[in-house]
Design a protein around this ligand. Structure first.
Ligand code: PGA
Length: 264
């Protein structure tokens, strides 16, 4: 686990990329980080962000094998995992299975899963526990819809989502959870860029409440190079979780540069 105070930058490819496309992206990442002087074994810390990538399950084993060999400081993750370790759950993957394929992180509770695949707060909490039980980093995604934002309850809503997943955890486990605040209205092609003050309205009280209980709080949703500096300047935001702007590896590397340059 990177030391507290480390900046984070990561991407999920969602349902994009073949294995070959994923490997080409990972190769581009290795070369791009090497060109920036990042030594293959260099741990993340105040001067170097923790980089992570979340490929689709089909590319997980190959991408994680390539990066484990050539850029082992990069965390590779799965986009979801079931709360049970094994069993009759057709179509699902368990945490031991994604770990076996090389995942060291599991994305949990993304809004697309909450909206379309029944990931309730209760299931999210179970999945967070499953990830922790097997030593993986849970990337806990939370965020309010437009309707909740309009009601003015957004900060309380997000705080409740986080609390329902982390309350009751052993403190030594909770400190391994990374929270990604991703307002639903900011995510994806129909999303709109969040303004720094809109992010602060949620993140500042959240961080005040959580203190050092979790590993960090990232922001996600229509993040791009132009908007990244303002988002990183919001107190309590430790990094960025990016979709579309990072699917081209050059775009991702530009965001790595912004996060690296933002320092701490
Ligand atoms: P986006 O996706 O950057 O394409 O909006 C973000 C996310 O869903 O994490």
């Amino acid at each position: 686990m990177p030391e507290r105070g480390t900046r984070w930058i990561g991407t999920s490819w969602k349902m994009t990329k073949t294995r070959a496309e994923g490997l080409a992206w990972a190769r581009g990442l290795v070369d791009g980080l090497a060109a920036r002087g990042r030594a293959p074994g260099a741990a993340a810390g105040p001067d170097a962000p923790q980089v992570f990538v979340v490929p689709p399950a089909t590319a997980l084993a190959e991408v994680s094998a390539l990066l484990a060999g050539e850029a082992p400081h990069v965390l590779v993750g799965a986009q979801d995992a079931h709360w049970e370790d094994a069993g009759a759950w057709t179509g699902e993957l368990s945490v031991p299975q994604v770990a076996d394929a090389g995942a060291r992180l599991v994305e949990i509770g993304h809004s697309e899963r909450r909206e379309h695949f029944g990931d309730t707060d209760e299931r999210v909490a179970l999945k967070v526990r499953a990830a922790l039980r097997h030593g993986l980093v849970p990337l806990l995604c939370v965020g309010e819809t437009t309707a909740v934002r309009s009601s003015g309850r957004h900060a309380a809503h997000v705080a409740d989502q986080v609390r329902s997943a982390v309350d009751g955890l052993d403190p030594a486990d909770a400190v391994r959870v990374v929270v990604a605040y991703e307002p639903v209205w900011a995510i994806g092609a129909g999303g709109r860029r969040a303004r720094a003050e809109e992010v602060a309205e949620v993140v500042e009280p959240l961080v005040a409440d959580l203190g050092d209980r979790v590993a960090g709080v990232l922001f996600g949703g229509s993040v791009d190079v132009a908007g990244a500096p303002d988002l990183l300047a919001v107190p309590g935001v430790d990094g960025l979780f990016v979709g579309r702007a990072a699917w081209d590896v050059e775009g991702f590397l530009r965001l790595v540069d912004v996060v690296t340059g933002a320092g701490r």
